[in-house]
Design a protein around this ligand. Structure first.
Ligand code: NAG
Ligand code: NAG
Ligand code: NAG
Ligand code: NAG
Ligand code: NAG
Ligand code: NAG
Length: 507
């Protein structure tokens, strides 16, 4: 049986809802402050939030919708849930939100999604061109199987035979394909734009620029052209004009920073900075925590269950696993500069070889997962998740899917990224160790070793309970009775758009 929890429902973003782009800019001060404040100072938080809200009210009084407080969050969403018949708690809240909206149907309480029929050059042609998407190797394998990649043939050494068909060599940058395929079969998809709550733009933003990211002579214009063309196309649509883009969303398969180039000569495309992108919600594997329109979604792992039974079997497998190693670290070990934080973790790990295991991921060896990583996570109580080139890593999800408890050193690695998917209380499923203390000589082993067996068991149970929400199911129509990462993300978007509709009178 799957565990039922009370706090697993998607949360509203930590940031207060922005009212318009100018307010977004003003928010930065507050959020910068937030980085320096310990997470558990709830009262201080509350105080700051109240002050900020008052400030916002003062600054943008005429445009502000009243009564955020009634918005509410459905507060109990069990892991197992009938997708077609919603839980009473959620239904009653939705009823209050939508009592002016007779078109809301029972099975899609948050409304429906319309998929734009983009010219193929924005999606299918990019995939057709998979052998030529990056300068080094073909991406055709990675993009095969609706973005899941090839089946993970070698994995049956590590996982039970009956679940091994649910494993694939999935590339971490494949959410554009995964989301598009799921959306086409989504039970809350509508073919009639006029009945849609949200508009999905199936543009493969990340795949479109991959080639130009890694070619040294590429021009800023090359990296921006696709996004520019797409925005011209979309902004010309009547439904975009009607809402200023507020009910539009897109999945972008790379981290936010790849789309935030401010100077010509810098890295990436400037897609997110383009004015027409301003009000479009973007699903990203790493978000900019200061931008309300960036939504963090789980990196794809290799696990794509075909059925509820796959999920339950897998949960039982990782739950009952004997774990011989206290903690582990999977990451690039070569080329690490002295004093680099990962270098410290590595040397601690090598020094404590009877309680710590290292997987060397030099180069991009671990980009699509590997059975060695999986078996290491399956054998460890904890996995270390320092930041890498960016704050987040796919490894966070590989770790949790294997039932291992993540250890974070930066809040931005998960806590302010994946709020719709992870529990509200970080300490219920993860360990946070201050990186400065580690730099000062605190031993990871001593910190983790002090955590009681019972507490470890409780945390692992929480991690196991999260698993369905951080994986992407194999069937395009989703799993019966279980919400996976896609369901949580799209419902979250729909719910947000409903909230805007209450506050904003567009017509
Ligand atoms: C799920 O839906 C089916 C069919 O509508 C119903 O028979 C069943 O009792 C429901 N289960 C739960 C847990 O609500
Ligand atoms: C970059 O170099 C490649 C091969 O060296 C060439 O084919 C391409 O046209 C060049 N692109 C630009 C914009 O100069
Ligand atoms: C974004 O939304 C704001 C507020 O509705 C609006 O003033 C602005 O024009 C919109 N931007 C675009 C590009 O539509
Ligand atoms: C690891 O062990 C070596 C040799 O004993 C020691 O010099 C080094 O300081 C240790 N590193 C850590 C992080 O404990
Ligand atoms: C990851 O993908 C590459 C390229 O498709 C492939 O050569 C490699 O074997 C894959 N890694 C694993 C662990 O399967
Ligand atoms: C680390 O050590 C420095 C110097 O001894 C001290 O000032 C600082 O407060 C310590 N930081 C932590 C987090 O322990």
């Amino acid at each position: 049986m799957l565990p039922i929890s009370n706090d697993s429902s998607p949360k509203q973003p930590a940031n207060p809802k922005p009212q318009n782009p100018e307010v977004l800019e003003r928010k930065n001060l507050f959020n910068t402050l937030k980085l320096y404040l310990p997470f558990h100072h709830r009262r201080l938080w509350f105080f700051l939030a109240v002050v900020l809200l008052q400030l916002l009210l003062l600054l943008s009084a005429p445009s502000i919708p009243l009564s955020h407080s009634t918005a509410g969050t459905p507060n109990s969403s069990p892991t197992i849930q009938n997708l077609t018949s919603c839980s009473t708690a959620a239904t009653s809240i939705i009823t209050t939100i939508n009592n002016n909206n007779p078109t809301t149907s029972g099975s899609c309480p948050y409304g429906k999604v319309y998929i734009y029929n983009l010219p193929p050059l924005f999606n299918s042609e990019i995939v057709k061109n998979c052998h030529d998407l990056n300068p080094w190797n073909s991406r055709c394998d990675a993009l095969s199987n609706s973005g899941f990649g090839k089946t993970a043939t070698g994995i049956s050494k590590v996982v039970p035979k009956n679940i091994s068909p649910a494993w694939f060599w999935t590339d971490q940058f494949s959410t554009e394909l995964i989301y598009h395929n799921r959306m086409l079969n989504y039970q809350c998809r509508t073919l009639e734009a006029e009945s849609a709550t949200a508009f999905y733009i199936p543009f493969y933003t990340g795949l479109a620029i991959e080639k130009y990211l890694f070619t040294s002579n590429s021009t800023a214009q090359e990296r921006d052209q696709y996004c520019n063309m797409m925005l011209d196309w979309v902004s010309d649509q009547q439904y975009f004009k009607k809402s200023n883009g507020w009910d539009h969303f897109i999945s972008m398969g790379r981290i936010s920073w790849d789309f935030r180039r401010s100077k010509e000569e810098d890295w990436g495309s400037s897609c997110i900075y383009m004015p027409k992108m301003r009000n479009i919600t973007r699903l990203l594997i790493e978000r900019n925590p200061w931008d309300y329109f960036d939504v963090g979604i789980p990196y794809p792992t290799g696990f794509h269950p075909s059925s509820t039974v796959d999920v339950i079997n897998w949960q039982e497998f990782v739950r009952s696993r004997r774990r011989n190693t206290l903690f582990c670290f999977a990451g690039a070990t070569r080329g690490i500069i002295k004093n680099d934080f990962r270098g410290i973790l590595l040397s601690q790990c090598y020094n404590e070889s009877d309680s710590c295991r290292v997987v060397d991921c030099a180069g991009s060896k671990c980009a699509n997962g590997s059975s060695e990583i999986l078996s290491t996570f399956l054998d460890s109580d904890f996995c270390l998740q320092p930041r890498g080139d960016s704050f987040t890593r796919r490894s966070i999800f590989d770790c949790m899917v294997a039932g291992s408890i993540p250890v974070f050193f930066w809040h931005r690695s998960a806590y302010v990224q994946y709020e719709w998917f992870l529990p509200t209380e970080p300490e219920s499923y993860s360990v946070f160790i201050d990186r400065d203390e580690v730099k000062n000589g605190t031993s990871i082993k001593s910190v983790l070793g002090k955590i009681s067996k019972e507490k470890v068991k409780k945390m692992r149970e929480k991690v196991v309970e999260i698993i369905p929400k951080v994986v992407y199911a194999k069937p395009n129509e989703g799993l019966k009775g279980i919400k996976d990462g896609f369901d949580v993300a799209v419902e979250g978007v729909l719910r947000r758009i409903k909230e805007h509709q209450r506050g904003y009178k567009w017509k």
